[in-house]
Design a protein around this ligand. Structure first.
Ligand code: GDP
Ligand code: CA
Length: 308
């Protein structure tokens, strides 16, 4: 049994998690991103953790990559009728989870206890771990001022240019023992092909996590979320350009720097092998576009084979 610890955001992270989860000889722990969390209609919503949970539980809406399959929007319809904002799409089944989480928080349970319980009840085999039990929230500065992450991502559909990113609460956040333990005891640490700036950085920047990564003896491998300089989905490329980084696999490698030993890039980016190697990071090519479970587990197997 290989102990794999995966740092993951939402959709890209969940695809990689499914790949490792499908392999029989892997004991997978996924450290998810909680910095997209926010309250809607008085309920605590944790989009990236829920995307991981729904994906690994086989409940995800496969067509859109997030949300629950076979979903309806009746509760949201009533909230809209009563005058609440409804730009954040939350389905009826999904609302059930948010009601459960909010109630459990009110009864004094920690966010990680709740996430672990939900995963277990939904039949998830792998461990879903939070980097911190404290509240950390990404903020995006645009020409019109600071937006919450979901205002930027969902309401404004990533249209405004990003001038600056901030993570409210991160300096005072404490890492969970489970996250530190998953990093220190791993045989292999993988950074999923997730948005480096708003999915992975808010995990790494929780005080103690980056140091635990640096101290870990396991090989550390990142998979590029950019293929041929383009995202599969989302604003990572525009964000990287806006913040002065190269929007390609080399830019991702430069961003992670010393933290990783190996960078897995797509065959389409073979020309970047030399420049990435020159950073002191070993570049390996693979098929990194994951369309179905076969692609996901093939990439996970290739990552495991590459470090043996
Ligand atoms: P979010 O929280 O839902 O935005 O998702 P993540 O941060 O986990 O992932 C977003 C990133 O995943 C984007 O930059 C996409 O380019 C990348 N991504 C999505 N699907 C794939 C895939 O199949 N292969 C690779 N290499 N990257 C992917
Ligand atoms: Ca996210």
């Amino acid at each position: 049994m290989q102990r794999v610890t995966l740092l993951a955001g939402g959709v890209g992270g969940a695809k990689m998690a499914e790949g490792f989860d499908a392999l029989g000889d892997v004991d997978l722990s996924v450290i998810g991103n909680i910095a997209d969390d926010a309250a809607f209609h008085g309920l605590w919503v944790s989009p990236d953790i829920d995307t991981l949970t729904y994906s690994l539980a086989g409940r995800i809406d496969r067509a859109q990559g997030w949300g629950v399959a076979d979903e309806a929007l009746r509760a949201l319809g009533v909230l809209g009728e009563l005058g609440n904002d409804t730009w954040m799409t939350l389905g009826d089944r999904d609302f059930g989870l948010h009601i459960y989480r909010t109630h459990a928080l009110q009864q004094g349970q920690s966010r990680s206890e709740i996430a672990a319980h939900v995963a277990q009840v939904f039949g998830v085999k792998s461990q879903i771990i939070l980097p911190t039990d404290d509240v950390v929230q990404t903020r995006v500065r645009t020409a019109d001022g600071w937006l919450s992450f979901q205002e930027y991502f969902v309401r404004e559909q990533c249209q405004p240019d990003v001038l600056e990113l901030g993570f409210d609460g991160i300096k005072a956040a404490r890492p969970t023992a489970a996250a530190l333990n998953a990093i220190s005891t791993a045989d292999l640490i993988v950074i999923a092909p997730s948005n480096p700036l708003v999915s992975i950085d808010p995990i790494l920047n929780v005080p103690g996590i980056r140091a635990a990564m640096a101290a870990a003896s396991a090989p550390k491998i990142a998979v590029s979320p950019l293929i041929d300089g383009k995202v599969v989905k989302g604003p990572a490329d525009r964000m990287m350009t806006a913040l002065g980084l190269r929007a390609d696999a080399l830019g991702v490698a430069q961003h992670y720097g010393d933290l990783i030993d190996t960078m897995v890039i797509d065959h389409a980016d073979a020309a970047l092998v030399g420049p990435i190697n020159a950073l002191g990071i070993s570049a390996k090519c693979a098929q990194t576009l994951m369309k179905d479970l076969g692609d996901k587990s093939a990439l996970a197997s290739a990552i495991l084979a590459g470090v043996r």
